[in-house]
Ligand binder design. Structure first.
Ligand SMILES: Cc1cc2nc3c(=O)[nH]c(=O)nc-3n(C[C@H](O)[C@H](O)[C@H](O)COP(=O)(O)OP(=O)(O)OC[C@H]3O[C@@H](n4cnc5c(N)ncnc54)[C@H](O)[C@@H]3O)c2cc1C
Length: 434
């Protein structure tokens, strides 16, 4: 059985069925007449371990890990997912994610988009994006109509997305174990070993995928780290006029502000120097709203009230490469990006989708082997680097307010607005990634 080469797998949610069939075959072997010798018994035990070992163990069933688990199960791969959170709980309930059009297409393929979109207030389309800078010329307006789509992207509640993914995993019968905190992931030549806190017995799999949001406890994967020395202040703000799907990217002397339509209000991410962030956080609500509005000038002035302000230090982490023997890191465990460009989750979701394609195209015996890992790394290289370059570029070009940067920035915005091929290229990057 171990020697069977299955080739490219068929879709259709047969993972659990195939698992049960293999287990049944093993039981049948155990009942064959004639007792095995000790050596044959040992070989049989070893084969049994390999037989019952899941193809893939996913550490972290957050949005990225859950998407991978669903995709793999749909392709007939034996998968188990482990998450430290309790069933029904989420780690980042207060966060909204800006999803690209490409991310929507992936969730449609996973049958998650329709229930998510049907959840009241869960999905807000971004129809236009107004890009401008305070105290400088040059603006650009990106419009979904220009590319013939209903939306450039979507603001999605992390809470609602996780709930939709959890429900889809349950419907598909995927083995998700909640309340399991993984301490360490390593490997020996034949299998990955996923070690739980306080439990001596490791879960074995042909491949361990780490999607825990941090990459903590990963053996053998080096993560480069860049501290931007900046802080993201996030929160919500209500406006007098309805947003109508209009988002803003505003470059201000204090730092860039992303203002995203979210339900009936806006969510914002404002990148600031740490000292300025403290000042902004300490302002009473009314004073904060006035300060916030002053950075928008005439572009928008109808801010009414703000709430839910909090801050995060901004760092970029990048696994080089995101694989080690029998282990792959995906999502934020592979790359943690500055949120200014709203790319982090989208790149992570594409990690999951591409990994599923690689695994589904690999014979079962070769899952987790070096050739499969190398294939995955090669397929993800350009998109991961593009995500970093795009985000880094925005932070450095638009995150600084030196006078000599305002000019090229203004020219860049004017060209973005006026030159259709540039606009199309930029819009396409927003819609689908690199
Ligand atoms: C302020 C801010 C705003 C952002 N805005 C955007 C945006 O607009 N668009 C965008 O694309 N991205 C955005 N991001 C990034 C986005 O939040 C992440 O890319 C996304 O959450 C990553 O998903 P993930 O599944 O990889 O990790 P996570 O969301 O961190 O999920 C990890 C999961 O692993 C589980 N876990 C953790 N440790 C263990 C363990 N030891 N054992 C078992 N399970 C474990 C957790 O319980 C959790 O369920 C933003 C980030 C920040 C900080």
């Amino acid at each position: 059985m171990r020697g069977q080469v299955t080739g490219v797998r068929q879709g259709g949610g047969g993972g659990r069925r195939r698992w049960r069939e293999r287990r049944a075959r093993h039981r049948a072997v155990g009942r064959t007449p004639g007792a095995p010798t000790a050596g044959r018994r040992a070989t049989a035990t070893c084969q049994l371990t390999l037989l019952l070992m899941p193809d893939v163990a996913i550490v972290g069933a957050g949005p990225v890990g859950s998407a991978l688990a669903l995709a793999l199960a749909g392709a007939g791969i034996d998968v188990v997912a482990l998450d430290a959170r309790a069933r029904g709980a989420t780690l980042r309930g207060d966060r909204s994610l800006a999803l690209s059009h490409g991310a929507r297409l992936i969730f449609e393929r996973l049958s998650v988009w329709a229930p998510l979109a049907a959840t009241p207030g869960a999905v807000t389309p971004i129809v236009r994006v107004d890009v401008s800078q305070a105290g400088g010329f040059g603006t650009a307006m990106l419009d979904a109509g220009d590319v013939g789509l209903p939306a450039l992207g979507y603001v999605v509640s992390y809470l609602a997305l996780q709930a939709a993914l959890d429900a889809a995993l349950e419907r598909a019968g995927v083995d998700v174990r909640y309340g399991v905190s993984v301490e360490r992931v390593d490997a020996d030549p034949g299998r990955a070993l996923v070690r739980q806190a306080g439990d001596a017995t490791a879960i074995e799999a042909r491949l361990a995928v780490v999607a825990d949001g941090t990459g903590a406890g990963l053996a053998g994967i080096e993560r480069a780290r860049h501290d931007y020395g900046q802080v993201a202040v996030i929160g919500k703000v209500a406006t007098a006029r309805p947003h109508g799907g209009l988002a803003y990217e505003r470059f201000t002397p204090d730092g860039p502000i992303a203002l995203l339509p979210e339900g009936e209000h806006y969510g914002f991410v404002w990148t600031l120097e740490p000292r300025r962030a403290q000042e902004v956080l300490a302002l009473p609500d009314d004073a904060f709203v006035a300060c916030f509005a002053s950075h928008f000038g005439r572009r928008r002035s109808d801010f009414l009230r703000a709430w839910g302000r909090k801050s995060f230090p901004l760092v970029m982490e990048f696994a080089r490469p995101p694989v080690a023997a029998r282990i792959v890191a995906i999502g934020n465990a592979s790359q943690t990006l500055h949120p200014v460009a709203g790319q982090g989750f989208n790149v992570g979701l594409r990690d999951a989708w591409e990994l599923k394609r690689v695994i589904a195209g690999t014979p079962r015996e070769a899952i987790g082997a070096r050739a499969m890992l190398d294939d995955y790394v090669a397929r993800r290289r350009s998109d991961r680097w593009a995500g970093v370059a795009f985000t880094h570029g925005l932070v450095h070009l638009f995150g600084t307010d030196l006078p000599f940067v305002r000019w090229p920035r203004g020219i860049g915005l004017a060209m973005l607005d006026a030159v259709p091929p540039i606009k199309r290229t930029f819009t396409r990057a927003m819609l689908f990634g690199a």
